[in-house]
Design a protein around this ligand. Structure first.
Ligand code: ADP
Length: 328
């Protein structure tokens, strides 16, 4: 046991994700279990620069496990990109006698954490919290499962109206660089086609496929498109192209947007966040630092932070195949 760690700081950074609160709760309570104090840092790295810090105890995190968003607030902090900003952050750490940091966030937050760690030789542990599931070293990030369920719910509703009016709906979901949300919700919601950043389907092929479906008797269809799909066109341009070429369909676009980030975390995300939080604190207690916690085959594992940042999370190609077969 590392007796040098007497106080752990915890922050949430970057894009918020449902389940971040469960992770904060887990960190605060596990720290208390090991007789370590917990300091909440507000608004991500900005709170370190502004000295926006509050001591927590197990009761401070009552009734938050079921809440979306993050009670610690999150922020994108430009100042932390500069050595001067990080120096200010370190001064806050020293002033508040914080001995280690748990960073709940995505790729960007981990990059900042790693630079900070190397500049000041300061122990950090990352917990992956992002709805995009685009982080190497974990099969699931906190918030991803909830986002999938939110999207499925929305597409089911869109399907009801699509069927009633013979409409072709293009639904844009989040995922600038990763198609996990689009691919999984597309299959789960029975989409006709799924466009993702990892595969280049091309507009012509999309048109051919939709025309085939129309001929086979489909009167309405749903196409799920990730924000960053490879066609180089946005969802409205794609819809316009298809509408021009398929005059029998009424085409509509629905951009789901930020609602995908919100809502009560699913049970899966709450359990995942709780397990990851326990592992994060126990790693620091066990003198293991500069790792990211992750999930692999239902085990909570550690991946060196630099590997987690540099590694690429890849889509499951079998899902592409399944989608192709079932959209017949
Ligand atoms: P996410 O963690 O969800 O990927 P961002 O990419 O916005 O979100 O990163 C969150 C924050 O992490 C940034 O606002 C910044 O404070 C910090 N950060 C990101 N990249 C760096 C970097 N290269 N150097 C220092 N800090 C960084």
């Amino acid at each position: 046991m590392n007796n040098l760690i007497k106080r752990i700081g915890v922050l949430t950074s970057g894009g918020d994700a449902p389940g971040m609160n469960a992770a904060v709760r887990g960190v605060v309570r596990t720290a208390a279990y090991y007789k370590i104090e917990a300091a909440a840092i507000f608004k991500g790295y900005q709170g370190l620069i502004d000295n926006d810090i509050k001591m927590m105890n197990p009761r401070s995190v009552n009734n938050i496990i079921n809440k979306g968003g993050t009670i610690l607030k999150s922020a994108r902090c430009l100042e932390f990109h500069s050595p001067e900003g990080r120096k200010k952050a370190y001064e806050t750490i020293v002033k508040n006698e914080i001995d280690a940091l748990v960073v709940i966030g995505g790729d960007g937050s981990f990059t900042g954490a790693m630079i900070f760690q190397s500049e000041f030789d300061f122990p950090v542990i990352g917990i992956p919290g992002t709805i995009d599931n685009d982080i190497f070293g974990t099969s699931h990030t906190i918030g991803y499962d909830t986002a999938l369920n939110t999207v499925i719910d929305a597409i089911d509703k869109i399907r009801d109206t699509a069927i009633s009016h013979n409409r072709l709906f293009f639904v844009e979901v989040m995922g600038r660089d990763a198609g996990h949300i689009a691919l999984n919700t597309g299959i789960g919601a029975g989409a006709e086609e799924i466009l993702i950043p990892e595969e280049n389907m091309g507009l012509k092929r999309l048109l051919e496929s939709l025309s085939r479906s129309e001929k086979s008797g489909k009167s309405s269809s749903i196409v799920v498109i990730a924000e960053g799909d490879k066609t180089g066109k946005n969802v409205f341009q794609i819809a316009e192209y298809i509408e021009k070429n398929m005059p029998n369909y009424e085409v509509r676009v629905s951009v789901l947007g930020h609602m995908q980030r919100g809502g009560r975390p699913s049970c899966f995300d709450r359990v995942l966040a709780s397990r990851m939080a326990v592992k994060a604190v126990e790693s620091l207690v066990g003198d293991k630092t500069n790792f990211m916690v992750g999930l692999k085959e239902d085990e909570i594992i550690l991946t060196p932070l630099d590997k987690a940042i540099k590694g690429k999370s890849s889509i499951n190609k079998d899902l592409v195949r399944v989608s192709d077969i079932l959209s017949l």
